[in-house]
Design a protein around this ligand. Structure first.
Ligand code: HDC
Length: 286
């Protein structure tokens, strides 16, 4: 277990996050505190995770933070997020897997409001290159993985038909420089000297920034920007994004889910796959 933390945020943080994931001055409900519908996008709920510090070097061999990539993200919302407030976060390691060349670690952060009610839960998977092989150690004991919500591990294979909705948006060359102010100060996203240790000549975009773009696209296309629309959201990061590249979110409405994936247009490569939003309120294709 990792110690309990608190996460306090203001309307300013809500606006900064929205700008970080590509909202503009026209998205008044996301960037203007006096708008009648002002409030955080549901994916604002990933931010308390950044306060938790896992000492990977205590249990992984050969750990180098520049070799860590965000692999997957799952967010489950139990209550709408207020426009400001304090959440208490409790974190735990859910699973550690040896992938041979890499280690995969899944951690969970649950957030409670001041009344003690569960507001949201995050599960974050990191993929740490060159940190695998530890299961061959004679003293290694495989951890018992914690139970997970089936939405967190769903394959979310999109159907064969053409997408029901597609949104294309070009990120800014300063996207990562702006997004990091929401709490992920990892040098991989800003410092070319550090990112090149991780194999990227140019610093790459935060996975959760791409995740936020995609969530905003799904909310626009199917959710009428209603924050209550989203119950859970999950995705796997399958390729990096360079700030300034164009993201194309492809979406399919399938029962109570919107399946989605994100393509980098310039390189025709996947950034995010196996994505799904489980709906709390029925979709109305906007
Ligand atoms: O998919 C490859 C890749 O490059 N993905 C993109 C990664 C990326 O750009 N992420 C976003 C930017 S990094 C970031 O935002 C960091 C951030 O600052 C800090 C994280 C914050 C966390 C929250 C705070 C707590 C790559 C390299 C990930 C994998 O590709 P390959 O090496 O080709 O893997 P492959 O051979 O296909 O598979 C090997 C085994 O690993 C599993 N796997 C693959 N991709 C995974 C993954 N598991 C989880 N997540 C992924 N994305 C495969 O299933 C396979 O397992 P098995 O052998 O058991 O089938």
């Amino acid at each position: 277990r990792i110690p309990q933390e608190t996460f306090t945020y203001s309307e300013r943080d809500v606006i900064l996050y929205a700008l970080g994931i590509g909202a503009t001055r026209q998205d008044l409900s996301l960037v203007y505190e006096s708008d009648a519908h002002f409030g955080p996008l549901p994916t604002f709920g990933v931010l308390p995770m950044y306060k938790m510090a896992i000492s990977y070097d205590e249990f992984l061999p050969n750990y180098n933070p520049m070799k860590l990539l965000h692999g997957e993200q799952f967010l489950e919302l139990h209550k709408p997020l207020p426009t400001s407030g304090t959440l208490t976060t409790k974190a735990q390691i859910v699973d550690v897997q040896d992938k041979g060349k890499a280690a995969v670690v899944v951690s969970r952060v649950a957030c409670y409001d001041e009344s003690g009610a569960l507001v949201l839960q995050n599960e974050s998977t990191v993929f740490i290159r060159d940190s695998g092989g530890f299961s061959k150690h004679p003293k290694f004991q495989a951890p018992v993985p914690a139970q997970r919500n089936p939405d967190a591990t769903a394959a979310n294979q999109p159907p064969q038909r053409a997408p029901d909705a597609v949104v294309r948006e070009t990120t800014s060359e300063n996207q990562a420089a702006l997004y990091r102010l929401s709490g992920d100060y990892n040098p991989l996203h800003i410092d070319p000297q550090m990112s090149s240790i991780g194999g990227f000549k140019t610093p790459i975009l935060h996975g959760l920034c791409t995740f936020g773009f995609a969530a905003r696209h799904v909310m626009q296309a199917f959710g009428n920007n209603d924050a209550k629309f989203l119950k859970t959201i999950k995705a796997r990061f399958t390729g990096h994004v360079i700030p300034g590249e164009t993201l194309e979110t492809q979406m399919w409405l399938e029962g109570n889910k919107v399946l989605f994936q994100v393509r980098v247009v310039e390189r025709d490569s996947w950034a995010l796959q196996a994505g799904a939003v489980a709906l709390a309120v029925p979709a109305s294709q906007a």
